[in-house]
Design a protein around this ligand. Sequence first.
Ligand code: GLA
Length: 474
Amino acid sequence: MPGKVPFRSVAVLTAFTTTTAGIAGALVLGLSGAPPAAALDDGLALTPPMGFNNWNAFGCDVSEQLIRQTADLMVSTGLKDAGYTYVNIDDCWSTHERDASGRLVADPEKFPSGIAALADYVHGLGLKLGLYADAGTATCAGYPGSLGYEEVDAQTFAEWGVDYLKYDNCGNEGLTSPEETEARYRAMGDALKATGRPIVYSICEWGLTDPAQWAADVGHLWRTTWDISDDWDSLSSIVETNMRLDEAAGPGAWNDPDMLQVGNGGMTDTEYRTHFGLWAIMAAPLLIGTDLRTATPETMEILLNEEIIAVNQDPLGVQGRVVAESDGLVVFSKPLSDGGHAVALYNSTDSAATVSTTAAEAGVAAADGYTLRDLWTGAVTSSAGTIAAAVPAHGTVLFRVEADLAGSEDLPDAGLGADIGLGADAGLGADAGEAVGDTVGDVPGLHPVGLGGAAVPMTGWPTQPGASRRMPSA
Ligand code: GLA
């Protein structure tokens, strides 16, 4: 079978317990290398797709007017300039019957001008248009599916000027084995290719047949889970699945943990920052799923964080991998094309905790010192090797870490009691970090060298001479 992806094994290397902070054990995971998935070599989706999809906020209530307004807002709010490109229509855009020649027809009430005219409008703004179809006899909302109609539908989409196709898995007539599923999705992939139009192909079979194993040379991204809903349980369980699939991702081939719920009201801003930050470090598609006509400044600030978008869009195209995890505290590291790393300290638990790793564990080249930039607050700190933060419940601190290659100071690295550790702090609620991004409390061993945003409290330098410059071993 083409596109087979061998998964690397995960081994537990060390485990220890910290007692001073009140808990916790740290399991440090080591992952051995394996070749990346073979991706489609068509130059599309070389970084994760960014854009909008109406489903999470509007469901079937989609229309030409909504898509035009959304496209206009993507330009006027700066989202387009930030990289959001695709304006995607989900289910329910068609009539319930094909026309006499077997073609899909846009619902004339919802889309009075038709999809081609809408595509022209969207293209005129410098954006791209996405559409939805289904690898079965009916879509999930009961509209005509494309099973058996792949060629005519792909041709129709290409003629209309569609740039992105999400292909769903309802009405699949029981053709659900991995081979049958692959065949249904490959039929549309081949049909899209045959049109000659560059169309990003988004496979949406909900992760049921381990699509990372077969989808990389069929489409550009594949859903890894059931649908996301706007609540913490859904978000955290999707992260738990998607974070284990990093080896399959690469330019032109992305794990898709579903569209963003940021701004839809069911989670706190801390949780939405976790959502956005983890989607960024997991190199997931960033498809906005909220109503841009009513989005709050807080929502827009999350969606427009250009340094976090840069992590997601980094051309190296690596999905951040889990380098440490214990009891719901997880460290991700994502190598970046400039030699830096993004490091996420994710606290999925219901209480605040200190999450700590080291530059070595995060895979950053050995150096005398490191510069850490908090991508939510803008705070810059120096460290001799510890990468740590007090993280609120359900929060994520996201750092950009650079090795200081020349002339670094003698930076002590002490005060945490352990170089690799995950611990908990008592008494901080889920939103304790809202005022300063998601960093709360003091983390000794990190020295602030400049603050681009709100201050992150620090306890200053440790006093013992000679405490430092030690690079911990992973
Ligand atoms: C499925 C998909 C969703 C959405 C709906 C539309 O549930 O997974 O993302 O497209 O269908 O009906």
